[in-house]
Ligand binder design. Structure first.
Ligand SMILES: NC(=O)c1ccc[n+]([C@@H]2O[C@H](COP(=O)([O-])OP(=O)(O)OC[C@H]3O[C@@H](n4cnc5c(N)ncnc54)[C@H](O)[C@@H]3O)[C@@H](O)[C@H]2O)c1
Length: 425
């Protein structure tokens, strides 16, 4: 490791503070937060109090921070989906290297414009496709590369969002409307498109997709339900009841004294009284059948890659747990795994199977199968040592965005197959 890197964080929300800012608390010798921008005063106060950011460099907007001279080696762009580009382009022009949250942008033209700007300025742009950095996908990549299953022929991948997580983010929350954020296949699954591209190792040629918003609509509201869960007469039978999700249901896994995400999204006061107040007044207390959501709640994508490899991807809101699975079949064997179990099984045809049980995921950085932390390690080393090689450059990341946006185009047009070379243009 070389010298400590300095960072300016634009958007000190869940990702900016908890996923990436926290790396400073874990490895203070590698990274220092020297500036923060966020319109919410409580987030700026948090930056000063918990992360030691200098008060004079805490700004009420990314615009105000970018009006200053260059303040750090790198800028983290961790604002909402459609607010990435307007900060990313001027930051590159100012000379910052970027850690850029996915999706790059919901607009393909903006994704391409950013790629061009990165080339023009010669700055590094690392996109937060954190899954590539996990031990799990690295193990799969290594086994494929050494020919463990012969020639890769097909892949089946699933993204099980979990009923409560889907209700939180995609029905009541920030990613519920395409127009305000992105289609779910981009917002949630540009990761999965990226992983498929990574594992197959060849460009995707064509996609087709089906899916819809079926369940979280007013026609499915049960008799006796109300605009807010706190007033609902049938909430005992409803798994999406906000009181259960945020206060009592251990299935969501956040209630053993961990007053963190998703509770911190509802309110800065995560006491029971604070959460009840948020459920009474804020968006997260709304009935899931009476929100203004429009993103699909289940979707499948078929993909064809160069060389004839095929893949099928399945996203569903309707799962008990929140996990990803994958199965890769090849001419000489198959590989199967579950990211959240950290388990990969290799079955060479006609020979005994091998089970790879990977390291348990550390508590502090459970985020994305350990990928959040491993990406941060990688990013700090890259900027500190002046390297250029990254697993998730802007160039490779744009490809996954084209795949996801083409899938959405197909879904909206009856599932017709889309040729990516035409779509990309
Ligand atoms: N890599 C991943 O796996 C992953 C996971 C979750 C979310 N994300 C992405 O990360 C991004 C941020 O998500 P989040 O959950 O942290 O959202 P968030 O709402 O918690 O954080 C966004 C922050 O930006 C701030 N902000 C708003 N306007 C601003 C402005 N003009 N200048 C500076 N800051 C401003 C908000 O106040 C908020 O604190 C989104 O694009 C999301 O899709 C990525």
């Amino acid at each position: 490791m070389g010298k400590k890197i300095t960072v300016a964080i634009c958007g000190f929300g869940t990702r900016g503070a908890e996923a990436y800012g926290s790396y400073q608390l874990l490895r203070p010798e590698e990274m220092e937060i020297v500036a923060v921008a966020d319109p919410r005063p409580e987030r700026r106060a948090l930056a000063v109090k918990e992360f030691g950011a200098p008060e004079e460099h805490c700004f009420a907007s990314g615009e105000a921070m970018l009006a200053q001279k260059k303040l750090a080696d790198a800028m983290f762009i961790t604002t909402q989906d459609s607010d990435h580009i307007r900060f990313a382009i001027p930051a590159l022009e100012k000379g910052y290297h970027l850690l850029l949250e996915k999706p790059i942008s919901p607009s393909l033209a903006e994704c391409v414009a950013l790629r061009e700007k990165a080339h023009e300025t010669g700055r590094i742009v690392v996109v937060c496709h954190v899954l590539r950095y996990t031990q799990f996908y690295q193990k799969l990549k290594e086994l494929l590369a050494c020919g463990a299953i012969g020639k890769l022929e097909s892949v089946v991948a699933t993204e099980n969002v979990a009923y409560w997580h889907f209700a939180h983010s995609y029905v009541r929350g920030n990613w519920r409307r395409t127009e305000d954020s992105s289609p779910v296949i981009l917002a949630k699954s540009c990761h999965d498109m990226d992983i498929l591209r990574y594992l197959v190792g060849k460009p995707c040629l064509r996609v087709s997709s089906f899916g819809s918003l079926d369940w979280f609509r007013s026609v499915n509201a049960p008799v006796g339900s109300a605009a807010r869960c706190l007033d609902c007469r049938v909430k005992d039978e409803c798994p999406y009841d906000a009181e259960k999700i945020y206060l009592t249901n251990p299935a969501s896994g956040y209630f053993g004294g961990h007053r963190q995400w998703p509770l911190t999204v509802l309110t800065g006061d995560v006491s029971e009284a604070g959460i009840r107040k948020a459920l009474r007044t804020g968006p997260y207390g709304r009935c899931v059948y009476r929100c203004d959501n429009d993103v699909a709640d289940h979707q499948i994508v078929n993909l064809e890659f160069e060389g004839g490899v095929t893949a099928a991807f399945h996203l569903s809101a309707f799962t008990e747990g929140c996990y990803r699975t994958i199965r890769l079949t090849g001419s000489m064997g198959e590989l199967e795994g579950n990211l959240d179990d950290q388990r990969v099984v290799l079955r060479p045809f006609g020979r005994p199977e091998t089970v790879y049980q990977l390291d348990p995921i550390q508590d502090e950085y459970a985020g994305h199968g350990g990928g959040d932390q491993r990406m941060m390690e990688n990013f700090c080393r890259l900027i500190s040592l002046g390297g250029r090689e990254t697993l998730t450059s802007i160039d490779v990341s744009v490809e996954s965005h084209i795949m996801a946006l083409a899938a959405e185009e197909s879904r909206l047009h009856g599932g017709k197959a889309i040729t990516l070379s035409d779509f990309g243009k």
